[in-house]
Design a protein around this ligand. Structure first.
Ligand code: ATP
Length: 354
């Protein structure tokens, strides 16, 4: 097993596109590390460079203590799983699993033992004699995962492996991958654009934007203190409210007079933006203490919660409330902040300042 170190990784495609812009990443040995970001942010290019499928323009990649820049994929001792299952259509499951081991020239007895073990871990017993055309999408992806397992690589690299599965199956497979990684303790780098997947899987998450790393942190860290306005808008569903605020008389005041707890060290005398989670606000009856006047624009009932959009001080603000709350459309209400100090951003640099 091994950690992965990426240093000043830069990738410029021949057409001039800079896909990865001096990225540094440090993936711990045994860590499940997620790279998250919108389409085109450079996740896949970074992962393919780790795998050796793409040559970087500059920068270094180390797997364990080995500098792998010049090593072909087969010599990097990693296994990659893609969005598309890439199984051999003419081979039965057991031969699809055995394929990479036979290619390595392992004795047939060892091949059989490893195939049996992987089949047991991924519960593929009943599917071993079927060809891919007789497997469902979820089953094919389990075979693809098992084929990565049999090689016992130093690290797994996964590129949106669950994208083609329906929502329920995706949730099941997510749990399976998480258990598998914990059981094997093998380093895993997992690429996704789905923040729910990232939050539920990752020990740590790197958020990428336009070829750069915006933040690396645990799911809680990136949720509680997004490092930039980009991260603040990207993580969370519904996303954070980004409210213009300024420091006045020791308090943090939003438009419409909303009062927020100021974080330590918040700069004074200039416009700022506070990131306020919908669950750090509440809808009250009009005129309640510390509330500001607001009006209900819409209410979306999601079963276990209601997401209100209120209009207050000329802005729309999202508020998460329990399903028992009852505020009708257009009703005059109050809006109150109930959370602790919010993260505060500089609107010009878009970076976290307090
Ligand atoms: P997605 O989630 O859509 O796969 P991504 O975050 O994985 O996106 P990459 O596939 O790494 O992003 O692409 C990063 C940038 O590089 C994009 O702007 C993309 O258009 C560009 N790019 C990718 N491959 C090539 C190529 N072969 N030639 C030129 N530009 C490319």
């Amino acid at each position: 097993m091994a950690g992965i170190e990426v240093t000043a990784l830069h990738k410029r495609y021949p057409d001039g596109t800079v896909a990865v812009d001096r990225v540094d990443l440090s993936v711990g040995d045994g860590e499940l590390f997620v790279m998250l970001g919108p389409s085109g942010c450079g996740k896949t290019t970074t992962l393919r460079a780790m795998a050796g499928l793409e040559r970087q323009t500059s920068g270094d990649i180390r797997i364990g203590s080995t500098l792998v820049n010049d090593l072909p994929p087969a010599e990097r001792d990693i296994a990659m799983v893609f969005q598309f299952y890439a199984l051999y259509p003419h081979l039965r499951t057991r031969d699809n699993l055995a394929f990479p081991l036979r290619a390595e020239g392992l004795p047939e007895k060892e091949v059989r033992a490893r195939v049996d073990e992987a089949a047991r871990m991924m519960q593929l017993g009943p599917l071993l004699d079927r060809r891919p055309s007789r497997l469902s999408g979820g089953e094919q992806q389990r075979v693809a995962l098992a084929r990565a397992l049999v090689r016992r690589p130093r690290a797994f690299l996964m590129d949106e492996p669950l994208t083609n599965l329906d929502a329920e199956l995706r949730a099941d497979m997510r749990t399976e991958i998480k258990h598998l990684q914990a059981e094997l303790g093998t380093t895993m780098v997992y690429v996704t654009h789905d923040q729910v997947e990232a939050m539920s899987l990752g020990h740590r998450i790197a958020i990428l934007n336009k070829g750069r790393v915006e933040q690396v942190g645990t799911p809680l860290e990136v949720y509680d203190r997004p490092a930039s306005l980009f991260c603040a808008a990207f993580i969370g569903s519904p996303p954070m409210n980004l409210l213009p605020v300024e420091v006045a008389e020791g308090a943090l005041r939003g438009t419409g007079g909303l009062s927020l707890v100021p974080p330590a060290g918040v700069p004074r005398g200039r416009p700022l933006v506070a990131g306020v989670r919908p669950e750090a606000l509440e809808v009250t009856a009009p005129g309640e203490e510390r509330s500001v006047p607001a009006r209900v624009v819409s209410a979306e009932t999601l079963g276990d919660e209601i997401i209100y959009v209120l209009s207050s001080g000329g802005r729309d603000v999202r508020v998460r409330m329990p399903p028992t709350s009852r505020f009708g459309p257009d009703a005059p209400v109050g809006l109150r902040h109930t959370g602790g100090p919010p993260p505060v951003y500089d609107p010009t640099t878009e970076e976290l300042v307090a």
